[in-house]
Design a protein around this ligand. Structure first.
Ligand code: AMP
Ligand code: ZN
Length: 146
């Protein structure tokens, strides 16, 4: 079976991907947002692993941390032959972490503490290919991998 990724751009020129569930949720087409600003959105995980389990995502379709583009000018350079025009993604990272702090406050766990996880790629078990940060909290989280 083959699949084709179809991208489109909203009125602000931000990239979205058709058939991406997190693009649809983040842009208010489906589901319920608990927080949003111009760049990011947050919504509760469908299959919560703790009393608080919220996902913070960019409104732009970025696959994962490896798909983030950082640069300091009009052109981004990610290595030999990879220059491209367009905005860089630093603003999303800043806004994601502002969103994480905001969600922790909204959920009442900023003081008690929380864990943030982002699975990137196959070995990490990433299942939804739209960058997301899990915020889990609301109980003592117990076993840690690290
Ligand atoms: P990951 O395994 O890190 O890619 O995490 C994907 C997460 O997305 C899982 O925790 C799923 O439960 C969650 N998820 C998948 N579909 C939805 C959805 N429609 N709404 C909310 N969370 C979802
Ligand atoms: Zn997406």
């Amino acid at each position: 079976m083959c699949s084709i990724n179809v991208f489109y751009y909203d009125l602000k020129g931000e990239q979205k991907m058709e058939d991406c569930i997190f693009c649809k949720i983040a842009n208010g087409e489906i589901g319920t947002l608990i927080y949003e600003n111009e760049f990011v959105a947050a919504f509760d995980d469908l299959n919560p692993q703790a009393p608080v389990h919220t996902l913070i995502v960019p409104k732009k379709h970025i696959q994962n941390i490896e798909d983030l583009h950082f640069g300091d000018g009009e052109k981004c350079h990610h290595g030999e032959g990879t220059e491209h025009d367009g905005p860089c993604d630093g603003k999303y990272i800043k806004e994601i972490f502002k969103g994480i702090k905001e969600v922790a406050r909204i959920k009442g766990v900023a003081e008690s503490g929380y864990r943030v996880i982002s699975n990137c790629g196959k070995d990490a078990g990433q299942t939804v290919m739209h960058l997301h940060f899990h915020l889990i909290a609301g109980k003592e989280l117990g076993d840690k991998i690290i």
